[in-house]
Write a protein that binds this ligand. Structure first.
Ligand code: ASP
Length: 586
């Protein structure tokens, strides 16, 4: 089907040319004998004018019809500065109606007012909207940069199975029943973790894959059952080598897409990070870090602080300059409720400086010397406020970390012109699962412990650090990864530490343990969340905006109505019976 140009590309310099365009009718307006149609294709919109010689041919044309139009480009008398093609229009000479369309069930406009559920049901129409098309194009461009940069760095893209063996990334597996071997199941990969490590044993040295991962997690607003990882693995490396590749990749992406040079990537150990920010994914686009003031109050006579300190707790504080007048008693009560409900903090104390004098919930019980010490610690000025929490270190830090973010949002303290990356290193090796009543791998069980902590695997699992790291961008966890174990004995020990007996380990990962015996190189890698990265670059907080055919928050595909029931015959060959309760009700 012939076209000479794309609709969004015509400019004043094209005036006088005869062009043929194809596209969907975005808008139609009648002015007496003149008809104006905005014709849309992927590249954008062009205004077409049909005068009395051709307007008859489009008299029945409605929104979303597809037209092929030939005409002359001319400069508009009244340019539209909002459209890239706003300087010109095309005076139609010939028109061919390629297809008709029924009335669209959704409003196809940049800011559609149709509810998200209806837009998801008609996703193919929703995808005609420019913001969504732009996001898919952005995602494509990121993928192209990833492929180019990693190729330049000597990485080989290898596809690993989708019908796979379960890998432990901490979520539930999606299972696929085998027809040929009734009673047996494939698992969809939670990540290509085991395969990519096996590729290192194979001698591939540098692997990557834009990999689909599947995790059957409980419903959460920002999750999709399937997502995409830029999955990377490298042999003969330490943390710095992995970081260098990822930083190079991010710099290229941000240079090409955002046209910015990224500042230096910050680094913090997990311990330091939790102390300073109360979270392992802090947003560094604003300061207001947590300060441990326990020493300052070491000899306090203020009973509340005294008893917390005596019990081994901490007095932590966050300082904000120039916003004390924004926090009335009522506003502070609200903060306190928020911290109590979500972060188990019993009480939130505060101190404000006004006319050189400290007031606030604990101004009375503190001594003059203590108050002077707080003022000087934070170099406080009038209208500054300090929030304090006395509690166990975990609770105090987590609560102040949450308060830090909330106040920054409320007071608009975030510098959105920046992108701030942070490597968080030395994550704990294990976390305690109350549900399972045992220590589980905090990252995954192939992560190497810090060399100096190997002897804590069994004696002090809580304080055993690992060689796992995250990269955080503007408060989002963008990737996780680790240096892996490459020694069979150590791998067996780690399995044992998370409560797998040798027999269970062999049954689950026997092939993997065996592979370790044949010359396993030291290796490590990362899995970068492609959707997260695209979301940040697209400036959206809705993951569905960067996925072509997403599911709802409750894991339903409203367009294809999946998951769905299947025929009894299909189940029978799989050797599966569905209980009466779960059968489709007639
Ligand atoms: N497989 C890990 C994950 O999906 C990433 C990695 O360790 O490379 O989180």
């Amino acid at each position: 089907m012939k076209r000479t140009d794309h609709n969004g590309t015509l400019r004043a310099g094209d005036a006088g040319r005869t062009v043929t365009l194809i596209g969907w009718v975005a808008k139609r307006r009648n002015f007496g004998s003149l008809v104006f149609i905005d014709l849309r294709d992927r590249s954008g919109i062009c205004q077409i004018v049909f005068d009395e010689t051709v307007s008859d041919a489009v008299k029945d044309v409605r929104s979303e019809y597809i037209l092929q139009v030939t005409g002359e480009v001319r400069v508009r008398k009244d340019p539209n500065p909002k459209l890239p093609t706003g300087e010109i229009e095309v005076a139609a000479k010939e028109v061919n109606i390629i297809n008709t369309a029924e009335t669209s069930p959704i409003t196809i406009a940049d800011d559609s007012d149709t509810s998200e559920d209806i837009r998801l049901k008609y996703r193919y129409l929703d995808l005609r909207r420019k913001p969504l098309q732009d996001n898919l194009i952005l995602r494509h461009r990121i993928q192209m940069i990833v492929r180019r940069v990693l190729d330049e760095e000597g990485f080989i893209e290898v596809s690993t199975p989708i019908l796979a063996r379960s890998t432990p990334e901490g979520a539930r597996d999606y299972l696929v029943p085998s027809r040929i071997y009734n009673g047996r199941f494939w698992a969809l990969p939670q990540s290509p973790q085991i395969y990519k490590q096996l590729l290192m044993i194979s001698g591939m040295e540098r692997y990557f894959q834009i990999a689909r991962c599947f995790r059957d997690e409980d419903l959460r607003a920002d999750r999709q059952p399937e997502f995409t990882q830029i999955d990377i693995e490298m042999s003969f490396v330490e943390e710095d080598d992995v970081f260098a590749v990822v930083e190079k990749l991010m710099r290229s992406i941000f240079r090409e897409i955002r046209k910015t040079e990224l500042p230096e990537f910050a680094r913090l150990s997990w311990d330091e990070c939790m102390k300073k920010y109360g979270t392992d994914k802090p947003d560094l686009r604003f300061g207001n870090t947590i300060h441990d003031l326990t020493d300052l109050f070491r000899n306090t006579e203020f009973q509340v602080f005294r008893s917390v300190i005596d019990a081994g707790g901490e007095i932590d504080a966050v300082h904000f300059a120039g916003i004390a007048d924004q926090y009335s008693r009522k506003a502070i009560d609200k903060l306190q409720e928020f911290l109590k409900a979500g972060f188990r903090a019993k009480a939130l104390a505060y101190l404000k400086l006004e006319n050189g004098v400290l007031s606030g919930s604990i101004a009375k019980p503190l001594s003059e010397a203590e108050k002077a010490a707080v003022i000087s610690h934070f170099d406080m000025h009038d209208n500054d406020i300090v929030f304090l929490i006395a509690d166990t270190p975990q609770i105090a830090r987590a609560a102040l970390g949450a308060l830090r973010i909330r106040v920054a949002h409320e007071q608009d303290l975030i510098d959105r012109s920046q992108d701030r990356f942070l490597w968080v290193t030395d994550f704990p090796m294990f976390e305690y699962s109350e549900e399972e009543n045992r220590w589980v791998a905090a990252h995954h069980p192939f992560t190497a412990p810090k060399e100096e902590d190997v002897d804590k695997l069994f004696t002090d699992p809580e304080h055993c650090s690992s060689r796992a790291y995250d990269l955080v961008l503007n408060g989002y966890e963008l990737l996780s990864g680790s240096i892996r174990i490459h020694d069979q004995d150590l791998q067996e020990k780690v399995f044992e530490a998370i409560g797998l007996t040798m027999e269970q380990a062999k049954q689950k990962f026997g092939f993997f343990l065996e592979a370790f015996r044949y010359g396993t190189p030291p290796h490590g890698g990362v899995g970068i969340g492609l959707e997260r990265l695209t979301m940040v670059l697209a400036g959206t907080e809705n993951i569905r905006d960067v996925v072509a055919f997403p599911t709802t928050n409750s894991s339903l595909d409203l367009m294809t109505e999946s998951p769905n029931y299947v025929d009894d015959a299909q189940l029978e060959v799989l050797g599966i019976e569905v209980s009466e309760d779960n059968k489709k009700q007639a």
